[in-house]
Structures are given as C-alpha cells and as structure tokens.
Design a protein around this ligand. Sequence first.
Ligand code: PMP
Length: 673
Amino acid sequence: MTLEDTTKTLAMSQEGSFPLHMTEFDLNLVVHKGVMPFEQFARRRWATANFPPVQGLDVLDVGCAFGLSGLHFANIGARSVTCVDISALAVGNTAENAVRNNIDNLQALQSDVFSNVPSGRPFDAIFWNAPSRLDPNTNHCGEEPGREIIDSEFLVLRRLLAEGPNWLTQGGRIIVSLGGNNSADILTNIVQENFLECSTLIRGSGEDGKACTLIQIHKPFDRANVRFDQSERLTKRARNVYPAGVTRVSIGTIPIQGMSDRLSIYAQSGEGARVTDVDGNHYVDFHNNFSTLVHGHRHAGTIAAVASQLERGTSFGNATAADVDLAEMICERVPAIERLRYLNSGTEAVMFAIKAARAMTGRTRLAKLEGAFHGTYDWAEVSTRSHPGNWGDSPSSIAPYRNTPAHVTDDVVVLTINDVERSRNIIERHGSELACIVVDMLPCAAGMMPLDESYLSMLQDVAHKHGILLISDEVVCFRLGYQGASAARAFQPDFVTLGKVLGGGLPIGVVGGKKILMEAFAPQDSAPVPQGGTFSANPLSMAAGRAALASLTAPELDRISALGCYLREQSEAAAAENDLAISVQGAGSLFRFHAKKTRPCTYREAHHNAMESEILRRLQVGMLERGFYVAAPFWGSISTSMGKTHIEDFLNAFRSCLSEIPEIKEFCNRSAP
Ligand code: PMP
C-alpha cells in the first residue's frame, strides 16, 4: 500500500472505514479507529526505517499506537520490546498485531509514559515519535476521539527527559523522532534543563516531503562512576597475543587515573559524533579513526550503500561498476587527477606514486619534509623518527627502523618545513638526481603546520626547473577543499595520493595524476610499474567511498572548517587566559595541540621534550575522562555529524582540564624557557 493510500484511508477514520489492514515492514497489521493521528504516519514510518540497529537490545516504544515501530524492532532482532501507550485501545491494537505476526518478544502495556512500566527494568533505547507540533504554551489536558485523557505532548516530552535517564542502561539513549521547525529548540532546552546531552542521528524527509529528524539523548559522561572493566579485560587478553599488547602502535594504551595498568579503550559501537566503548561509556569522537570518518559513525548514506553492496557480495575477481563510479567522481572533483588507480591504504598510494615518479623520470632519489609521515614505505618513512639526539644541525636522513638498508637513507633528501631558502638550496644541489618531492601541505605528524604560500611556490618553481615530479600527499588534508588540498592552495602536483575519507570508513588508497604520467601503470601487461592488489578497488570500499564523497559537499566542508577555526581560536584563548603555553596548529576541520607558547612552524620547533609530551598526555587523558576522544598526543578532526554545541562542549571540557588538572599548570611553568 502506498503512503498516499495509507494516509488517505487513515484520514477516512472519521468516515468509519476502520479497521484498516495494511502491510508494512513485512508485518501484517490491523489499525483500529482512533489509535493514531494519520498526519504522524509518514514520520513514524521514516523514523522506524531509519532507526539505529536494535539487534540484541531492550527497547521501550513510548506512545506505540498500533505498534508499527515496536513490532518492527521486535521482528528484526531486538531482545525485548516494551510498547506503552496511554490509550487502552492502542495497547490492545498493538497486542493484536503481535499475535497476528507471531511476535513473542514484545509486551504491550497501558501506561502514562513510565507510570506502569515494570520498575527496575533498564532499556538500551527508548523511542518516542513526537507529534508534529510541540507547543510549550498548551499545557492543558485534552481529549481525542477514542483515546483517554492525554497529557499535552509537551508534558510527555518533559517526563520523557526527566524520568527517562533513570530507565536507561549505562550506554542507553532516548531517541526522539521530530518534525516541525521549532521542535528541535524546544527539545534542546529540555535536554539542557535535565543536564543531558543530545545529538542529531539523521535528518531526512518522510514520503509526504516533510522534514524528519532522529535525535539521540543520553546522560553525559559520568566521571565519578565510570568503569573500564571490559576494556581492562581485553587489554589483558591482548597482552598475550600482541607485542606490547597492541595491534596498532598508533592507538596504544593510555594511563587512566586510578587504574594500575595502562589501558586500551575498546570500542563497541559508534553513532554520529559519538563512540561507545565496551563498558558503555560514551565519548564525543574527535578522533574519527585518525580523521577518516569525516561524517562520523554510521553515516546513513554510507551504511545503506555498503549494506546494498553486501547483499551482492564482498569481493570479486572482476571490476565492478562501483569502482568506475567512484573514479569518475574523483576525476571530476580533483583537477590534478585525470587518471587514477586504487589501493588499500595511504601507504600503498604513496609507494606507487614514488615508484611511478621513478619510472617516469629515470631517477631514484626523492625529497621529503623532515618529520612528515607518509605511511610505511621505507623511503617515505625516512626522518619520521628524527629527534634532537640524532638529527644534527641540518635536516638529516634518519633511518626509520633498525638496520634500514643504507641506500634507503642515501636515496632520501630531507627538507626543512617552511624554510624556503634552505630547502631551495638543498633541492638545487640534488636537482638532477631527484625523481620526486613528496609534500603534505598540512603534515600532521610533523606538527600540522600549514605550509606557507612562499614555500609551496618555491617547491613548484624548483621542481619544474629540474624536472622533478611533485607528489601531493592528501591522505589527511584532502578535506581542506572541495577539490582537495592542492586545488585549494593553487598548488599543481603531478601526482596526488588519497586515502582515509575517500573510503567512507573502509580501507582505501588512491594514486592519481596527469594522464601522461599515470601511463607508468599502462599498458596492462608490460607497464613500467606493475600494480594490482587482491583487495584493491574492493566494492565495499568503493560503495562506501562514493556515498561519503557525495555527502562531502562544499557547504558542509565550509561549515566544519569554520567549526575547526573556532575550536582552535577558542582553545588558544582559554590557554592564554590561564597563562599556559599551549597553542593549536591545523587548518580547516583539523587541529593539533602543542605544549608550546607559539604555534610551531617546523618539525624541530614542534618537537616536544619529555615535560611537554607529559602535558599533552595529561590533556588527552583529561579529555577522555570528560567524555571526549582525541588522537594521541592530542589531535583530531571535526566530522559533519558535529555542530556548534559539540565544539562548545569540547571547549568546556578543555577549560576544565586546564583548571582542574594541577600538573598542567605546573609542567607548563616548568617547561617554559
Ligand atoms: N600519508 C599521510 C599524510 C598519512 O597521514 C598517512 C597515515 N595517517 C599515510 C599516508 C598512510 O596511510 P595509511 O595509514 O592508510 O597507510
């Protein structure tokens, strides 16, 4: 039955066409007269279809009407569903539908919000489909045909948010489906009155074209009662299977206050801007898997695209339409990419760009910026472990691991970030031997200092003069512009490497460039550089990447960049107010904190001594203990699932770290020159 038919028939309730029979979500349903205002039907259907996964959860559906949402949740694997409605008619109708569909993990109760819900029973999710109109000024009780005396809907919302948190499991949340323009403001006010936090899960529109939003509301991170039992158990198990107890050195373990051992925080799930750990603690996620999740967790479009691909298979010994779709999108969007090849990681993307540059120039050596990280291809890794004990007077080629072959370090010429004259001289000296210069315009590991305009134009001039190819590594900084970072900075590279956000949260690497240079990978059988990979262009990454990229619009990028700018400025202002030597580097929606009075502009300036590293570590853990997850030592990114309130919350937590963690002030004073 189409929505139009349904709403039309529901509208005819006054004309006595009930009971109505319909099939929704594969459920065979009967709807009795007066159990549900027909104008709410489109949004309820949308909210039910877009509700986060309920498999294995205990769910409460408040105001269940004829049971559409609750029955669907029960049917798709919720552990239990409790449906309540103030109307006995609605409760009877829901119970009848449960029987019709052989659903036995659902109970229907007559209850005025929580009044008759069996006490002591916590829920993972409490759902309420709000009416279209939420008016705080109509606090009267009213009557509807076929229904008992009802609370005004506004009062239901007040009770839901005042009493609801007591009915939630530790990681539980209240999910409200809203329509109408002023509803979100009304809801936000009540959320704040109750010292709760809320965020938007998904926005869309029902089949009637009206706006719909699912908002999640949860208790803030409770520092006094936080537990890490499950993470502790997993950390112990991991020690028996991984060297140093971790499988990604970049994630590592953290020293939480009051815990005898360092701990890895194990993730359970994510939703929008929020990640939940295995103990049910929630964090606002500014880590986003090292900036990969530009839309936060479970971005609806991406999940739908991956789910649809999953239905058709995970990988093939064939090409798929999905890879061509994404490639067309990238070529259209990034001016420097006329042709591309897919890989599985940023590391491989950089590796193949370097190999192609070697093949096309007939040279082997390369230049890179001191301290810049480009993944773990030997040559690209050189100098990432430079420190005052080994770096000498001028930028030096430091081996990345023990017993690196000497020719690897000999092959790499290291440049000082933002030092135009020194770098120009070095490149001039080695010009005729260099195949390429690998550049990241916002080198995160080196300190996330934006490269100066004059530095970029020097690189371009001198590379051009000596026939050296420029590789712009945009694995992280792609998000600095709609067309990528190089286009945003008017930089004209020969190759561009991409990763992270391009895979929508799944593994990906992309090497792209001018058509003539990408001939390094052609023809198929006797290419100068053979390139392939079992999982390259895997259709799941392709589908996810396409959905994520399609949602990464210019206005959204501008919006999160403005939030990034605000976060950096306000964090620095908070540090200055406290007279603390803390500065924040970054650009767009990316930020990196430094325990330095002024923002460092080179790798050496950004290098932290033991005391400075300790300040950042305390801040990172302090933020975690206040419910904010950032990458170590202290950097992060803003996702499109965030709004101004996430940034304000972050800033409040940061201010609280500055004033409440005495060691920060003490160490800042000690480390200041
Ligand atoms: N290039 C840059 C600039 C990076 O930051 C990284 C990793 N963060 C890489 C390349 C390597 O990417 P991956 O971890 O996907 O191999």
